[in-house]
Design a protein around this ligand. Structure first.
Ligand code: SF4
Ligand code: SF4
Length: 256
């Protein structure tokens, strides 16, 4: 093939990749929505590996693309929280986590069907008991996928549903159509950057620990964790959850 043919060849290869990416992304979106997901986004971590902890049990080079799915929590369940977590919230939280894991497995099955691999990140598996953290922060993956911003409460805030959403993440080697580009620092996800909280401070007054400050950078993780531990013991909840800043955060479109 002569040199003059190469641009055309590259063009047709790009076109082919685009079509595959669209097909895979569409198939995964269909699975997510058929499992009752409310939000779906995609991202590529090839150029921002630093946002993913080194401890994840796979290489971003092997699985650079990610899917983020968000499941809305029930408003009546959240509205039932007054000044502490309830057993009903804890049950709901666990069931939504199960649904997330189920959805990620269904998406993995679809990837296998299409000839690709994937790593469904457990929705709520603690891997570092001292720090109380999982494989990675699903909110960062969702943020890179453009599903919301990291708010004062250190949670992902969806413009539509606020913080009343739980997220799951799946990494894959399948090419995906990206729903968002990584923003530049300081608005970069995972960094203390751009927030769209504006004049809302609803979560600040809702927090019993005084852990939420003016900006996300002021968030006091230790104060929050201590309160969660107290709730876990005193309320016989059995999980380190609270939910009060989740309840308070309704998203830009639902404020006022
Ligand atoms: S989870 Fe509870 S203690 Fe922690 S920041 Fe939110 S409201 Fe405060
Ligand atoms: S409640 Fe308001 S200030 Fe707090 S994270 Fe949500 S939007 Fe931001």
């Amino acid at each position: 093939m002569g040199q003059t043919d190469r641009p055309r060849q590259r063009q047709s290869q790009r076109k082919e990749t685009k079509t595959v990416a669209d097909t895979v992304t569409g198939a995964l979106r269909d699975v997510a929505f058929s499992c009752s997901a409310s939000l779906f986004g995609t991202a590529c971590f090839k150029d921002c590996e630093d946002l993913v902890p080194r401890s994840i049990p796979f290489s971003i080079r092997d699985l650079p693309y990610s899917v983020s799915v968000g499941f809305r929590l029930s408003d009546p369940v959240m509205d039932g929280l007054v000044d502490r977590p309830t057993r009903t919230y804890q049950y709901h939280y666990r069931q939504v986590n199960l649904l997330i894991d189920h959805t990620l497995l269904r998406m993995l099955g679809k990837l296998h069907e299409l000839g690709y691999e994937g790593f469904p990140v457990p929705s709520s598996q603690i891997v570092d008991w001292e720090a109380g953290t999982g494989h990675l922060a699903h909110k960062v993956v969702a943020s890179v996928a453009g599903l919301g911003w990291l708010g004062r409460n250190n949670l992902l805030v969806s413009p539509l549903y606020g913080a009343r959403v739980r997220y799951g993440s799946l990494f894959t080697n399948a090419p995906l159509r990206l729903t968002a580009q990584v923003r530049e620092t300081p608005g970069r996800p995972g960094a203390a950057g751009r927030s769209e909280c504006g004049s809302c401070f609803a979560c600040v007054s809702a927090c019993p620990a005084g852990a939420i400050g003016k900006s996300r950078a002021d968030f006091d993780l230790e104060k929050c964790r201590q309160t969660l531990k107290n709730f876990e013991r005193s309320e016989n909840i059995g999980s380190m959850i609270c939910g009060l800043c989740v309840k308070a955060c309704r998203g830009a479109k639902r404020r006022s």
